[in-house]
Ligand binder design. Structure first.
Ligand code: AMP
Length: 286
């Protein structure tokens, strides 16, 4: 497996692979890979002949007071994990390679980017869509793999691809969790041992929501009350948002039906974590 830092070099390699009829799979990441990333790389390796994993901590998707500087990085470790997953290339550009002096072009998806994480992280999705659009143009993949841990990101990217007629299939992949239920995240390494225990309350409160829905509750307000009650058992957790939305529109809903997303963002210690569950095919009552 090769590490490539130059856009031109990567384009040349991809062109050759495509000339030989190879299907290209792509997994964009910010590195510090874990089993969640690995699941994406493995799926890409199964479904494509040639797999590119990008590792780029993208500055344009971080706000000024966010964790860009302390975001974990370890290329050597990432290399081993990407190799295990069957990747052929790691694309690891510098910030200058991606955003040279005078860079002025941005991609913006409207409306759904104003909700949930978009509301609390202004400019975040503009950074995501810009870097992913650039990466799609560089890698020109047939398929690109994204985790549903970032469910809103998946929806935003699907909208971008549709609206801009991009020739790539966005493939959503399930959330991979630690044995105790915590959603895997590169940021988990920045949790103190105490905060790591506290962080479990996110997946626990989502499990509580699932349980209530399974028991027949369809009223969003009632479910939110129970979720908030569960979260309140860990008083150090600072909730950013807890929302129940339609998975298509990301609009808040009063009564659960169809495909519904229950999403949480919260700060635990210095670390902002997100988690969610998607409830499918909900009949309006049971
Ligand atoms: P990141 O490196 O955090 O930007 O994530 C890169 C890709 O991996 C994104 O598509 C994420 O949604 C996905 N990802 C991150 N954590 C997980 C997880 N626990 N399970 C599945 N996919 C994940």
């Amino acid at each position: 497996m090769k590490i490539i830092t130059s856009i031109d070099e990567l384009k040349t390699i991809i062109r050759k692979e495509k000339q030989n009829g190879k299907q290209i799979g792509f997994v964009p990441t910010m590195g510090y890979l874990h089993d969640g990333h690995l699941s994406l790389i493995e799926k890409a390796s199964i479904e494509n002949h040639f797999v590119v994993v990008s590792i780029f901590v993208n500055p344009t998707q971080f706000g000024i007071n966010e964790d860009f500087d302390v975001y974990p990085r370890d290329l050597e470790r990432d290399q081993k994990i990407a190799e295990i997953g069957g990747a052929n290339i790691i694309f690891h550009p510098t910030i200058k390679e991606m955003y040279p002096n005078g860079y002025r072009t941005y991609v913006e998806v409207e409306e759904i980017t104003e909700k949930l994480c978009g509301a609390s992280r202004p400019g975040h999705f503009r950074g995501v869509t810009t870097v992913v659009a650039k990466l799609f143009h560089i890698v020109t993949p047939h398929r690109a793999y994204f985790g549903l841990k970032d469910a809103q990101q998946v929806a935003v990217l699907q909208k971008m691809v549709k609206d801009l007629n991009m020739d790539v299939q966005v493939i959503p992949c399930p959330i991979v969790r630690e044995a105790d239920g915590l959603a895997m995240s590169s940021r988990n390494v920045n949790l103190s041992p105490q905060d790591r225990k506290t962080a479990l309350i996110l997946s626990k409160s989502l499990a509580k929501a699932k349980e209530i829905v399974a028991a027949g509750e369809r009223n969003a307000e009632m479910i939110l009350i129970q979720v908030k009650k569960t979260l309140a058992t860990e008083p150090t957790v600072i909730i950013d948002y807890i929302e129940i939305v339609d998975f298509e529109t990301f609009e808040r809903i009063d009564i659960l039906k169809g495909r519904v997303l229950i999403a949480i963002a919260a700060k635990i210690g210095k670390v902002r974590l997100i988690d969610n569950i998607i409830l499918e095919d909900l009949p309006s009552c049971i």
